[in-house]
Design a protein around this ligand. Structure first.
Ligand code: FMN
Length: 201
C-alpha cells in the first residue's frame, strides 16, 4: 500500500510509529523551578553526537494544566537541565505507570515508588537503579510544525553506569535487557546481540 499522511491511512490504527521502531526509551527526570519532581517516558529519543555527547527527545501534544506542552518540557524550559534514565525490561510496569496524565504537581517517583538519587552535575533527581543515567544540559528547544511538537536537545555532562552492567570493561546490554518501544501497545527487549565489522575503505 501507499498513502499520503494528509489523506489518511485507512487502517484501524496509524502504522507510523510501528514503522519507526524499535525505539529506545528515555525515562526523563526533571525538576521544576518550584522544586517539584517529575518522571516520564519518551521514545522519540536518540543519541545525536559523540563529542561532546548529545541526545534529543521529542514531546508531542499538551497537558491541560500546562501552557502548550507537557511537564517534562515545561520543567526543562524553566531550569535548563534534565536526566535521561535508561529502562530495563524488569522496570516496564513502573515505567508505564509514570506515563499517565498526572497533574503537574504529581511526583511520579513517589507515585510509582521509583527509588531516586541526586544527580552529580545538575540540580535534578535520577532513577537510582537505572542501568545508566545521562545528566543533560539543555542546548536547544526546537518548535516543530504541528501543535505542541517540540524537540529538546541536550549535552550529556555526567554519566552513571550501574556496576552490574559493566562486564570486562564493556557496557553489556545483555546484563539488563533494554526495553524498546514498538508501535501500538507493543514493546520489545534485547535478548540477543551479534557483531558486524565495518567494511574497510
Ligand atoms: C514507552 C512510552 C513512550 C512514550 N514516548 C513519548 C514521546 O516520545 N513523546 C511524547 O510526547 N510522549 C510520549 N509518551 C507519553 C508520555 O510519557 C506521557 O504523555 C506523559 O504523561 C508525559 O509526562 P509529563 O507531562 O510528566 O512529561 C510515551 C509513553 C510511553 C509509555
Amino acid at each position: 500500500m501507499f498513502y499520503r499522511p494528509q489523506d489518511g491511512h485507512g487502517l484501524p490504527h496509524s502504522p507510523f510509529n510501528a514503522i519507526v521502531s524499535p525505539r529506545p526509551i528515555a525515562w526523563i527526570s526533571t525538576r521544576g523551578s518550584d522544586g517539584s519532581e517529575n518522571l516520564a517516558p519518551y521514545s522519540f529519543f536518540n543519541a545525536v553526537a559523540y563529542v561532546p555527547p548529545q541526545i534529543m527527545f521529542a514531546s508531542t501534544s499538551a497537558k491541560p494544566d500546562r501552557d502548550n506542552t507537557k511537564d517534562t518540557v515545561a520543567n526543562i524550559q524553566d531550569t535548563g537541565v534534565f536526566c535521561v534514565n535508561t529502562v530495563e525490561y524488569a522496570m516496564r510496569d513502573v515505567m508505564n505507570q509514570t506515563s499517565g496524565p498526572w497533574d503537574k504537581d504529581t511526583d511520579e517517583f513517589e507515585l510509582a515508588t521509583v527509588p531516586r538519587a541526586a544527580c552529580e552535575q545538575i540540580a535534578c533527581s535520577r532513577v537510582a537503579d537505572a542501568p545508566a543515567s545521562l545528566e543533560c544540559q539543555m542546548t536547544q528547544i526546537v518548535k516543530l510544525p504541528g501543535e505542541a511538537n517540540y524537540v529538546v536537545f541536550g549535552e550529556v555532562v555526567g554519566i552513571h553506569i550501574r556496576d552490574d552492567c559493566l562486564k570486562d570493561g564493556i557496557f553489556d546490554v545483555t546484563r539488563y535487557q533494554p526495553l524498546a518501544r514498538l508501535g501500538y501497545k507493543d514493546y520489545t527487549r534485547v535478548t540477543e546481540v551479534f557483531s558486524l565489522n565495518r567494511p574497510e575503505g
